[in-house]
Design a protein around this ligand. Structure first.
Ligand code: GLY
Ligand code: MN
Ligand code: MN
Length: 434
């Protein structure tokens, strides 16, 4: 899809949000909603702040990730009012809004005064007004601040993506896939984690501070730290494996993609990556309306058990018993994925808590068309989780020699972003956009 085709979807997106938000406000007894974009506080004792990324509900309407101290006012049957803070400031550049179709559905005004949000007539004392945002920025603002029931309802307006959102998520995937390709080439050249990151940034033209999350770039045993957060500036003597989990934001929408590579000569680890890829594909093919996401998580555990047997890592115990007795959880400790959208771990995924067997699962819903989620099976060699297993009665089933060979490769995770369609699913991380 071209840029202009994506932009052409914006008016329908805004019209749909008008309806969804008006319904939620009416259902909860409010006539107006004020949304704060947020702002970054200065570090304690310093005049510098953390990089800023705007608040989800503000991005839902505007896609503007970089506007601090802005406000959006939504009222029934009224044009939304977007209040952008534009100080007179010779230290910093002033952000300019590129002209786009969504703005025609908004009344956009500029203010040099960050203290005053716009208030609808008649709500001076806060009657009928709900306010969403960081409580630290809401002091003195009338109305109900972050009312829980309304917040839940508004989060649910983000579950079913509009055509515009699907287009943005698709583009965010395609840009990130170019970055992953560049990262794979840097790995093949024996580059350090730091240089692999540079290759990714160069290919995606995205600053780290704009990314939906800090890229996870683990060579060798670093691949076994689920959210590994450092970049070594020197390459290891021998690069055996790379796990790279990185996305981009496009108009506020996130991608979240993981790829794992085995170096030449790592036959056993390469076989594990290949087996995991078949499992990933199988799990992605399970995505369809009416499917319990928890069933996909459970299937991932059965698949990990099959891989543990096939690789020779675990033997003398059935695949079912491996799952029941917790062996698969040692190797695959996280959930199979989460909702994806304006936030990488998008809202509204857990109307009910996850079961005890899956404490880190972030999505417990039955799948419906329009939802976008990740499928991210993994298998890791994590010393702090392996140690109790190796000290206990199940240790007899573990092949120490194979474990010893593989643990220097850290682990494997493969992660795709999948749209639930009316009839099944579309894998956004395997498409070439046209
Ligand atoms: N990149 C974080 C995650 O996969 O959930
Ligand atoms: Mn990820
Ligand atoms: Mn993820």
């Amino acid at each position: 899809m071209t840029d202009n085709q994506i932009l052409a979807l914006q008016p329908d997106h805004i019209a749909e949000l008008q309806q969804r938000y008006q319904r939620a406000l009416a259902d909860h007894g409010y006539s107006a909603l004020l949304i704060s974009a947020g702002a970054t506080p200065a570090r304690y004792g310093d005049d510098q702040g953390a990089p800023f990324q705007g608040f989800g509900p503000f991005l839902h309407w505007t896609g503007l990730t970089g506007y601090e101290h802005a406000w959006l006012l939504i009222q029934a049957d009224t044009t939304p009012l977007l209040w952008l803070y534009q100080p007179v400031d010779f230290w910093h550049a002033t952000l300019q809004l590129p002209s786009e179709p969504w703005q025609q559905a908004m009344d956009i005004r500029y203010t040099a005064n960050r203290a005053l949000p716009p208030l609808p007539a008649g709500t001076g004392q806060g009657e009928g007004l709900a306010v969403l945002g960081d409580p630290a920025l809401l002091a003195g603002v009338p109305g109900d601040h972050n009312p829980v029931a309304l917040t839940v309802a508004l989060d649910e307006t983000r579950m079913h993506k509009t055509d515009y959102e699907v287009a943005c998520l698709t583009r965010a995937n395609n840009i990130a896939l170019a970055g992953h390709q560049a990262a794979a080439a840097a790995f093949a050249d024996g580059d350090s984690e730091f240089k692999i990151n540079l290759a990714y940034q160069q290919a995606t033209l995205q600053r780290e501070t704009e990314a939906p999350y800090h890229s996870i770039i683990g060579l060798n045993e670093h691949a076994g730290t689920l959210h590994y957060q450092y970049y070594d500036t020197t390459a290891p003597a021998q690069s055996r494996s790379l796990l790279m989990d990185a996305g981009v934001r496009y108009r506020g929408y996130c991608s979240d993609i993981t790829r794992t590579y085995a170096a030449a000569g790592e036959g056993r680890f390469a076989a594990l990556v290949k087996g995991m890829d078949l499992l990933r594909e199988h799990l992605c093919n399970m995505v369809a309306p009416g499917v319990e996401y928890l069933a996909i998580h459970r299937k991932a555990h059965s698949g990990v058990a099959v891989l543990l047997s096939a690789s020779g890592l675990v033997s003398g115990i059935s695949d079912e018993a491996m799952v029941e007795q917790g062996i698969t959880r040692v190797f695959f400790p996280h959930g199979i994925g989460h909702f994806l959208g304006i936030q990488v771990h998008d809202v509204a995924g857990k109307p009910v808590p996850s079961p005890a067997e899956a404490p880190f699962l972030r999505l417990t819903r039955t799948l419906e068309a329009g939802m976008v989620l990740t499928i991210e099976p993994g298998l890791y060699f994590i010393p702090s989780l392996l140690e109790p297993l190796l000290q206990g009665p199940l240790a007899q089933h573990i092949n120490i020699a194979i474990l010893g060979e593989l643990k220097g490769c850290g682990g494997v995770r493969l992660e795709d972003n999948v749209l639930v369609t009316e009839t099944g699913a579309r894998n956004l991380s395997r498409l070439t956009e046209n």
